[in-house]
Write a protein that binds this ligand. Sequence first.
Ligand code: COA
Length: 157
Amino acid sequence: MGAVIVRAPVAADRAALLEALERCGAFSALEVEIAIGMIDEALAGDYSVVGVEVDGVLRGYTLLGRATLTERSWYLYWICVHPAYERRGLAQALQRAADDLVQAAGGDKIVLETSGRSGYARSRAFYERAGFAETGRIRDFYAAGDDCIIYCKTLPT
Ligand SMILES: CC(C)(COP(=O)(O)OP(=O)(O)OC[C@H]1O[C@@H](n2cnc3c(N)ncnc32)[C@H](O)[C@@H]1OP(=O)(O)O)[C@@H](O)C(=O)NCCC(=O)NCCS
């Protein structure tokens, strides 16, 4: 694997990020549509987004935003790495950058929701490795048998 650069995505990276979303195998067509829409909003400044580039092409990103009406909490809305580049530490690099971004903005908590379905096992393994802990679970939230798991990570202040 070539040089890894963590940087802010620009409009020219949109196609590469769409490819990562479509190919990662985790998201339905509707989820991909929502995710790319949020990337467009982030490029317009409505969310924070961090990308990871390998050999000149963005191969993953994470997208966050302040939790409205909280003092220091942020939501992590999306993280995705292109399947050809999985298990090489790219998501860890993204998470470190996201933690730094939140801390630099005065935040100290990152919260996310994910599915309890077996297809999301790698995501949960990643979050737990990245320092998130399960803080809540809503049974049958997405559908019967598909729980919503709430993860939270508290950053050092
Ligand atoms: C989850 C995801 C972002 C992880 O990206 P990644 O770049 O492969 O992750 P990393 O290489 O940084 O892995 C860091 C750690 O997470 C855990 N992990 C990551 N992928 C895993 C897998 N498939 N199985 C088990 N543990 C996994 C491991 O502890 C890993 O450390 P290790 O490789 O030293 O054992 C990636 O698999 C992905 O994009 N999945 C599809 C999209 C998705 O589900 N996003 C989250 C919901 S929005």
